[in-house]
Design a protein around this ligand. Structure first.
Ligand code: KG4
Ligand code: ZN
Length: 360
């Protein structure tokens, strides 16, 4: 039995988890900072790192308590090394180093995106979700507040970039449009909820042209929303909790439709090029209900297996970091002496390959 304590502080969630034998989640505590960043309409990096410092100790203690375990029950510590906000990563990395040093435990640095790739594998007692093995070659669509990329994986630990956003990430587009409309922060969940009450064909969003056929672009949609507000005189909400008028519900439904169409169009093109056997969709925006439905439709149409994490682990969490850290631990690695936060850590760099996942 191997029990890993993991810490994740790459953005605005402080999270700690204890995961047993790679997949079994014994605890996963998450403190979200969204209420603190709401007034800025986005994550304020300096504030994010200060808030991580405030809650990191109770969050780690809470993860142990929730798992009914003590320090002596742990076999290793894993932590997000990057990519993410430098000042936020430092807090998690230092906390993890302190624990590893004090308890004489090996420490594993994990690529945050690799955590998202494998999140759908996590098992929670009684959740009844059947877990599928990854089927290679696979196409991975990562959609979050910081990333929108298409990645081809021909095996565990092998990542080839097939397309990426040339401007905003998809989650960022949701958040920025919500800000324009005076909707609550973060914008993704709010827009997703309200879009169900609007007509997705009420406002026409033209298709976006990019140089690379597999590249995404979302900033044009944000401009289109601004132009629509000016042209129609539709005013942003005075308070985020106000009920939006029908024209705003129609606008957000049309916007969500356009973003998901853009994501699926490029994914479809990559499927034609790469001929994968399965599709994995992950990251915070993978919680989007329309995206989940459309990804299922595309996978069914192309005869591909689809993996999307359950809602609880689409967003940032430490359980997925523990899972992604296991292979390096099994390979006998210990990054305690050399681990540094890396804000731009790429998927598929030497570190990612070292943490190659081979569970069976
Ligand atoms: O993966 P994540 O928790 O953090 C990053 O690593 O960025 O993703 C957060 C992003 C935010 O931009 C948020 O608005 C978006 O995911 N998001 C959604 C939904 N839930 C979260 N976007 C669209 N629809 C949702 N249901
Ligand atoms: Zn993330």
């Amino acid at each position: 039995m191997i029990r890993i304590l993991a810490i994740e502080t790459s953005c605005d969630e402080t999270s700690a988890a204890v995961v047993q034998d790679g997949r079994r989640v014994l605890s996963n505590t998450v403190a979200s900072q969204v209420d603190f960043h709401a007034k800025y309409g986005g994550v304020f990096p300096e504030l994010a790192s200060r808030l991580h410092v405030e809650v990191i100790v109770p969050i780690v203690a809470g993860a142990l308590e929730q798992a009914h375990l003590g320090w002596t029950d742990l076999d290793a510590v894993a932590v997000t090394r990057g990519p993410g906000l430098a000042g936020s990563l430092v807090v998690g990395v230092n906390a993890a180093k302190g624990i590893a040093l004090a308890r004489h435990l090996p420490l594993i640095g994990v690529n945050h995106l690799e955590g998202h790739v494998y999140a759908h594998w996590l098992e929670v007692e009684g959740d009844g979700v059947p877990q599928a093995e990854l089927i290679f070659p696979l196409l991975f669509l990562i959609v979050s507040g910081g990333h929108t990329e298409l990645i081809v994986m021909r095996d565990h630990g092998q990542y080839e970039l097939a397309g990426q956003t040339v401007d905003d990430a998809a989650g960022e587009a949701f958040d920025k449009v919500a800000k324009l409309l005076g909707l609550p922060y973060p914008g993704g969940p709010a827009i997703d909820r309200l879009a169900a009450e609007g007509d997705p064909h009420a406002v026409a969003f033209g298709e976006v042209k990019t140089k690379g056929a597999r590249d995404f672009s979302f900033s044009g949609y944000k401009t289109a929303v601004r132009v629509h507000l000016e042209a129609t005189g539709l005013a942003p909400l005075a308070r985020p909790e106000d009920p939006p008028p029908q024209p705003m519900l129609d606008l957000v439904a049309s916007f969500r439709h356009a973003v998901v169409r853009e994501l699926m169009r490029r994914t479809r093109a990559s499927i034609a090029d790469e001929r994968p056997r399965s599709l994995v969709v992950a990251g915070g925006v993978a919680a989007n209900r329309l995206l989940r439905a459309e990804a299922q439709r595309l996978a069914d149409e192309k005869g591909l297996a689809l993996s999307i994490p359950p809602l609880w682990c689409c967003g940032d969490n430490a359980a997925m970091i523990a899972l992604a850290g296991l292979p390096a631990l099994l390979a006998g690695e210990n990054h305690l002496d050399a681990l540094d936060p890396a804000a731009d850590l790429p998927l598929g760099g030497p570190e990612a390959r070292r943490t190659t996942l081979r569970h069976r």
